[in-house]
Design a protein around this ligand. Structure first.
Ligand SMILES: Nc1ncnc2c1ncn2[C@@H]1O[C@H](COP(=O)(O)OP(=O)(O)OP(=O)(O)O)[C@@H](O)[C@H]1O
Ligand SMILES: [Mg+2]
Length: 350
């Protein structure tokens, strides 16, 4: 695949990707390009706009979240990355490779070695045990039995399913099946993992635990994770960057705090109004820089306001540290309260 390698420095780059479902997409595409809305195109041509001119740059080693309501095009977007869906127009480059130029054998290698996917509906093999499901991708890659079972057992343990190795998928709860799907994708050890509503079937407590675990795994393994959700709180908790989709078009793309602090339009404001802002805002965005004496407690710069609130019952401030654990600033209770008030519409403005 070397002859078509383009070094973008990005894990995933999408440019002007449009998908129109129906028999004559070109006619509908022309209308869309003239500025007609998804609803108008549908009324006039009976074609459905899945994606509308989507351009995204996804850097390596990020958790990039695509957020939007049901039908906004999230699954359609993620399925373009491993070419389960062909675009009507546009360009998709993954790790420097033009996905649309790949031959079938290239594509098979690419799906096996570069992008693993966790599906919205699990996609497990019903007649295989949990461990054989997790080892399946390694098997298709030709990894020997002892090695693949050992790796699979490790991932099963990581996702908290030790003891279930020999169960069948139907003997597991939805949340447990979801974790088998995750273990299967992780076992492939690809640089990129695509996760389509991968935590939606989990109950809140397990879901929260899986979110923490995903962030930890991402930190330690340095993977690029493209994560789909319709839950803004989930997006804020795990995302390095978020893109919000509506009617197949990107409404806003940015860091979680950019979206919360400067929503680009009324649609995004509606999401923002409902969320837990203490979870969205990192301490680094509101800290005072400097070194402060008598620092009793510290948190890393990527901690959220939510994480420091408990300290304020007894302390006026906590120190903030960089990656090496050195103090680079502090956050005071006052600053946190001001920040939360400022970004709650109607409270503390002016
Ligand atoms: N195979 C298809 N044929 C026709 N229309 C489709 C097809 N797949 C998706 N669509 C349409 O494309 C749009 C985006 O669908 P998509 O499944 O990507 O939404 P989603 O954001 O993943 O929704 P959900 O949160 O419900 O999973 C919808 O209007 C849907 O009806
Ligand atoms: Mg979907």
């Amino acid at each position: 695949m070397n002859d078509m390698t383009i070094d973008t420095g990005l894990a995933i780059r999408m440019r002007g990707v449009t998908k129109i479902f129906g028999d004559n997409p070109q006619g509908a595409l022309a209308l869309l390009e003239q500025g007609r809305s998804k609803a108008e195109v549908q009324a006039e041509t009976n074609h459905v706009v899945g994606l509308d001119n989507v351009s995204l740059d996804i850097a390596r080693g990020q958790i990039f979240v695509v957020m939007g309501l049901s039908g906004s095009g999230k699954s359609t977007l993620i399925r373009h990355v491993n070419r389960l869906i062909e675009p009507t127009a546009g360009e998709i480059v993954v790790e420097g490779n033009d996905v649309l130029q790949m031959s079938l054998p290239d594509l098979r290698t690419y799906r096996r070695n570069t992008v693993a996917m966790v599906f919205q509906k699990f996609g497990l093999l019903p007649h295989r045990s949990v461990i054989d499901n997790v080892a399946y991708g390694l098997e298709t890659r030709g990894v020997g039995k002892a090695e693949r079972l050992e790796k699979a057992a490790q991932w099963i343990e990581t996702v908290g399913l030790a003891g279930y190795e020999n169960s069948r998928p139907r003997q597991l709860s939805g949340g447990q099946q979801q974790r088998v799907g995750l273990a299967r994708a992780l076992a492939l050890d690809t640089d990129i993992i695509l996760m389509d509503e991968a935590f939606s079937a989990l109950d809140p407590l397990i879901r929260s635990g899986m979110q923490d675990q995903l962030v930890e795994l991402q930190k330690s393994l340095g993977k690029t994770i493209l994560f789909i959700t319709h839950d803004f709180d989930e997006a804020l908790k795990i995302a390095d960057r978020i893109a919000v989709l509506k009617d197949g078009a990107v409404q806003q793309e940015g860091r979680p705090e950019d979206i919360v602090l400067k929503p680009a339009n009324a649609h995004i404001e509606e999401f923002v109004r409902e969320v837990n802002k203490a979870r969205a805002i990192h301490v680094r965005t509101i800290m005072e820089r400097g070194t402060f004496e008598d620092c009793q407690f510290t948190v890393p710069a990527d901690a959220r306001c939510e994480d420091v609130l408990p300290y304020f019952a007894e302390h006026q401030w906590v120190g903030v540290t960089n990656g090496e654990g050195r103090q680079i600033g502090r956050v005071t209770a006052k600053r946190v309260i001001q920040a939360l008030a400022r970004y709650t519409p109607g409270v503390g403005e002016g």
